[in-house]
Each structure stands twice: as C-alpha cells, then as structure tokens.
Design a protein around this ligand. Structure first.
Ligand code: ADP
Ligand code: LRH
Length: 499
C-alpha cells in the first residue's frame, strides 16, 4: 500500500503544531509542517483563548500540508489540553471570548460546589480529581458572573470539538476530553446529568458524545477553498492531548499495568492505564483522577504541576532581560548544589503566580529553607521537587492498583530534560524509558489511521511507535540520598496526601 498521510493539529500550552503523519507499512514518520505560538491572552485582567488567531494559523498549516502532500492526505484531527470550552448560541454565535483555565475566576468554586453537593458524591458521579481548573468549576464561575451568557448557550463544545466544528460543521463532544470536565459519569459513559442538575448547570447544551476515532464528516467547502485540501475526512483523534500521548507509549505491554507513564510537558500527568475507572474511597482521599482513553481504557492518574514551573522561571528571567533557553536552564541546574531547597510543586500558589521565582522564594522563606540565588538553583529546586512528587505518586499508584510499577515511560517535550529523566529514575528507584517527544502528535494521527482501518488496535499503534522512534533508558542511581530527600519532602508537605 502506498504511504498514507494523516494531519494532526496539536495545540499545546506554548505552541500549536500542524503535523503530518506518514504511515508506511508498520512505521510512522511525523513531520512538523507548521508551528505557531499559543498561550493565554491577557484581556482586561482575564486570561482567554485566541481562537480566531489559532484558526488562522491552523488554516495556514493545512495549506502548507496540502502543498506538500496533496492527494496522499486522508484525514485531519485536532487535539489539545482538557477542561476548556466554547459556548455557542442558537445562531451559532460564540458566547464571550473563551477563557483559559489559568484564569483566576474559578477560585472558590470548589467550595461553592461542595456546599451544594457533598464532595464524595461529586467524586462518585465523575471519578475526577478535584482541581478548580475543571470545566465544572469554570461553568459554576460563569453561572455566578455571566449567567446571561450561560443561559443563552445552546451548544457546549470542548476546544478541539470547536475546531472540528470549524473544519467539518459537526457538533459533538469527543469522549476523552469530556472526561476531563468533571461533568461526565465514567460508569454510564454519559454526562453526569443528576449532578449537573443539582448544581443548576444547564444540560440541554451538552451535545452527543463520540468515541476517539469517529469520522465526523468531510471538510467544509470554505476550508477546502482556503487551504487547497481536497474533500478529506475530519476524524476525531483522542482529542485530549494526554489521551493521545498515552496511546503512543512505545510498549508491547498493553493490558499489563506494570508500567506507569508520565506525559511530561507543561503538566506532568503521571498514572497507569486501567480497564475501568478506580472510584474507591482511597482514590478519593488521594485525589486521583480517571480520564478516558481509547478502547474503553482509563487513565488513573494525577496532575503534577510539571515543567510549568520551569517555563514560568524562564519567563521571569526574560522579564528581567535575561533570555535563557531550556537547555541552558537544565545545564545550569546540573551544576547546582543538590537538594538545597525543595518545594511542593502542587502548592496552589504555583498555578498562576505573577512571578514564579518570587513564588518559589516565598515558599522557601515560609519553610525555613535557603532562597535560591541562581537560575541553576531555582531550576534544580523545581526538578528535584518534581521527581520527589513522582515518587509519591508512583507509590500511591501501586497502592491503588496493587501492582508494582516496574518501568516508567516518560513521553512529551519534557523528555528533552535529561536531568529530570535521571532524577525521576533516582527518586522512584525504577528504570525510566523516554520517548517519543511528540507522543501526542503520534497518538493523534495513529488513532485516525486506525479509524480508517489502516491500523488494527491500540497495541498495534504502540508497536508502530516502538518501531519508528528511538528511546533512551535511565537506570536508578543514588538511592540513599534520594531516600533521605523524600523524608525532607514529606515533612515539607506535612504528610498532606490530598494534593
Ligand atoms: P505542552 O504540554 O505544552 O505540549 P511540550 O510537550 O511541548 O509541552 O513540552 C514543553 C516543555 O519541554 C518545556 O516547558 C520545557 O521545559 C521542555 N523542553 C523543551 N525543550 C527542552 C530542552 N531542549 N531542554 C530541556 N527541556 C526542554
Ligand atoms: C495537559 C492537560 C491535562 C489537563 C490540563 C488542563 O496538557 O490536558 O491533562 O488536566 O492540560
């Protein structure tokens, strides 16, 4: 069979990409066709999505793909991060400028929700971790501040669904991203209608749910005209970026949860793949989440603040007139003193601080640790703290599943940080395998390939990835010092287990 081309649009926190996945026999090659910047737009004290700017960039990327791959192109699909959404009116007007989840308007919304419905009942109905960024709390915030917009809403679309609508005219919500909303019941696989009614969130706006790998239709005429693409299919990948990334873990061990993953980018999503949501009391106490994957799998995982800590340190230095590359920051950390100061990466102060260096310094003052003085010290503090948090989470995963984690797969842009890869192996005392960097993009295009029958199963998707990319392996080292560090980390966190 001649090589087939599947286009993936992956919208990440710092950049968006139009990617071409060329499938040839049992190998996939992913090519970056066009990269454009992404990030929250500050508008009058709020943080919003630049949806029209992104759409313009997507169209440009698709035009470039059409020029290069023409008739080889079979389909296109979009993925992005979870929890954010667009509301449309009866006339298909966008209601307001969509918010970015780091907008502070959700502060206090978890308390509001639990004043109406007990927290355990919300967990039982949704299986999701409690984070105020979740769509549920964003909708509650809207109910408080913009009820007239919420009441006008006739269609709710997650961000990737919104772009699929622009591409194809189809209005559905794809399952994997729906599971990040805390508005979906993992037991019924449908919207959590009872919970939403109790919270007085309108449910008539919620569209039909579809599985990853659903053919939504073909490109709108206007998109064909604008890009030069022919009448190709629009196919939903696993639209949640983490779901796409986990689909592309290079393993032959599908169905055997002795491996954990870390999807490492802006966030570190650490978990295991399970066949059904884990909803028990302990999962609730530990604030674990169950997000939907492909073929009915679930990702039992925890959000860890991730390389956002490093991104924001980098931005602080830029504001001070010091432009440092990620590789330079990682190198500076390599030579910095080990375990000088540690933070709980998931302390809420780190979610959207005005200045990350200042937030880390303040944490160190409050916990009587030395304040970092150099870039290397700040980044080393962030990386060691992340690795220690990974160790906590791997222990909790073993407790929840009863299965030892024997290897950790790290995928995503964060794998380029070799120091963090080694710290992860050391902290967890488990071997680490890294790669692919573009796991999300690979998962996206391979789920499309599976939808047209070019690939047969989730395990075949993973074998194709394994066949096509280079991986690196990191063996655990320095057990004694990391064991000591975890005790210090625990005392910092006051043995809090819920975050
Ligand atoms: P997102 O989750 O936003 O899609 P990515 O998967 O693109 O994120 O990963 C971005 C992160 O990868 C950056 O925040 C940065 O910390 C890390 N990174 C990228 N390039 C390098 C590099 N050369 N050295 C170390 N870290 C890097
Ligand atoms: C990672 C991610 C994560 C969500 C967060 C908002 O990019 O999708 O799974 O919790 O963004």
């Amino acid at each position: 069979m001649p090589a087939q081309c599947f286009l993936g649009v992956d919208l990440g926190a710092e950049s968006g990409r139009v990617l071409a996945g060329i499938l040839n026999e049992n190998k996939i090659q992913l090519e970056e066709i066009y990269r454009f910047s992404n990030g929250p737009v500050p508008i009058a004290g709020t943080r919003r999505w630049n949806v029209t700017g992104l759409w313009t960039s997507i169209l440009k990327g698709l035009s470039l793909a059409a020029q290069k791959y023409g008739d080889q192109i079979i389909s296109v699909g979009v993925d992005t991060w979870g929890v954010d959404y667009v509301l449309l009116s009866e006339n298909q007007e966008m209601l307001g400028q969509p918010y970015h989840y780091r907008d502070p308007r959700t502060e206090g919304m978890l308390n509001l929700a639990t004043s109406r419905v007990p927290q355990q009942e919300i967990f039982d109905a949704t299986g999701l971790q409690f984070m105020e960024i979740n769509t549920l709390y964003q909708l509650l915030a809207m109910q408080q501040t913009d009820p007239e917009l919420l009441n006008q809403a006739r269609t709710f679309l997650m961000m990737a669904d919104f772009f699929h609508w622009l591409l194809s005219g189809s209005q559905v919500v794809e399952f994997t991203n729906a599971t990040t909303t805390q508005c979906l019941n993992p037991l019924t696989g449908d919207w959590a209608y009872d919970l939403l009614r109790k919270l007085e969130i309108p449910t008539a706006m919620l569209p039909k749910l579809v599985s990853p790998g659903t053919k939504l239709g073909t490109l709108r005429e206007e998109v064909m005209l604008h890009t030069g693409l022919s009448k190709i299919d629009v196919i939903t990948p696993a639209t949640h970026d983490t779901a796409s990334a986990v689909a592309a873990i290079p393993t032959t061990q599908t169905g055997n949860p002795n491996w954990a993953y870390i999807s490492s980018g802006t966030w570190s999503l650490m978990g295991v793949e399970v066949n059904s949501a884990v909803l028990g009391k302990r999962a609730f106490e530990l604030n674990f989440t169950n997000e939907g994957g492909i073929d009915g799998t679930y990702r039992l995982l925890k959000n860890i603040m991730g390389l956002w800590l490093v991104q924001e340190c980098k931005r602080s230095y830029e504001r001070q007139g010091q432009a440092l590359e990620y590789s330079e920051l990682a190198e500076a950390a390599t030579f910095a003193e080990p375990f000088r100061s540690l933070v709980d990466p998931d302390d809420p102060r780190f979610l959207s601080p005005p200045d990350m260096l200042e937030a880390i310094s303040q944490y160190c003052v409050e916990t009587s640790q030395p304040i970092p003085e150099t870039a290397g010290q700040y980044i080393r503090c962030a990386l060691e703290s992340l690795a220690l948090k990974y160790r906590k989470v791997s222990g909790w995963l073993e407790e929840l599943t009863g299965i030892p984690v024997e290897v950790i797969h790290i995928v995503g842009g964060g794998t380029k940080n070799e120091l963090l890869n080694q710290f992860t192996a050391n902290a967890c005392q488990i071997p680490v395998i890294t790669g692919p960097v573009e796991a999300t993009g690979l998962g996206n295009v391979l789920v499309q390939a599976r939808a047209i029958g070019a690939v047969s199963s989730l395990s075949e998707i993973r074998k194709i990835v394994l066949n096509s990319i280079e991986t690196n392996r990191y063996e655990p080292q320095e057990k004694v010092v990391w064991d000591q560090a975890i005790q210090r980390f625990d005392s910092l966190r006051n043995n809090k287990v819920e975050s």
